[in-house]
Design a protein around this ligand. Sequence first.
Ligand SMILES: Nc1nc2c(ncn2[C@@H]2O[C@H](COP(=O)(O)OP(=O)(O)OP(=O)(O)O)[C@@H](O)[C@H]2O)c(=O)[nH]1
Ligand SMILES: [Mg+2]
Length: 305
Amino acid sequence: MDLLADLKKGKRGAIAKAITIVENDPKEAKKLLKKIYKNTGNSSIIGITGPAGAGKSSLINKTAVAMKKLRTKPAVLAVDPTSHVTGGAILGDRVRMTESTDSGTYIRSIASRGATGAVSRSLRNSIRVLEYAGFNPIIIESVGAGQTEVEISNIADITVVVFNPHTGDSIQTIKAGLTEIGDIYLVNKSDLSGTNQLFDAVRDFIGDSEKNPPILKTSVKKNTGIKEFAKTLKDMMIVKKKIKKQKDQERLEAELKDIVLNNINEKIDDMLESDKTFSKYLTKLQSKTMDPYQAGDKITKSLLK
Ligand SMILES: Nc1nc2c(ncn2[C@@H]2O[C@H](COP(=O)(O)OP(=O)(O)OP(=O)(O)O)[C@@H](O)[C@H]2O)c(=O)[nH]1
Ligand SMILES: [Mg+2]
């Protein structure tokens, strides 16, 4: 199979294979990245975040279909801990995004746990695979800030924060930092009572935000507000495109640092295994003749010599 050619054509099997490589096989991933990198970086990345059970997957399901009608070609990556035990998952009624798959949108769940930085690294590269395959926008579902390793607002060009009136802790969550990251706020499940209060609360909290983000009401159940949401996204994709360059340069700088630091970290980790100074100070630490910081400083100094 010619993976690259099939990827370019947007073939599902090839995309699945490429993302699996990116997630699990660092050596092959490097080879793949080398070939596709030039043709990546041109899609809008839309992050959809919010508390577990807020209706993110349900919304994405419908929104992807609506965006397709607006002549875009969306793909979805769900940083979706099927194993995560809070909210939607524990309720056992979390929604799988099948509708948009039927309409030709590519959807994939990706790992949400791994070694420090590993998830963000593979996510960045999965996005590149989808960009190479011609998708735009790429929608990423991720639960609220701090709950997975991935800080979606660092990756996304457009961050959408989803609330719903039946999340008891919504107001708390609003306070907990989500008010700074949103480019669009959604009060989903607007078929339920409490919608207007929540809408007002969100408006109050983001009242003096510089971004002046739109706040929309949506109901997946009643199929209201979805078209407007899709249209808002499409318009924002155009606006954000203009400032994307600058943001991308900063992201690439951060990515490069991350890669170098990670490489160094792995190298040093190997070195320590057989490092005489390390074992010397470890013994001192274990016999309580030296404290951990003192020992750490000694070893570091000797390594950086
Ligand atoms: N009444 C009502 N229920 C909804 C609406 N949207 C989603 N739901 C329900 O809310 C539950 C959770 O929906 P999901 O789409 O799985 O929520 P999620 O935010 O993706 O959840 P996690 O991925 O677990 O964080 C499901 O039972 C949905 O049917 C809505 O607009 N109105
Ligand atoms: Mg979900």
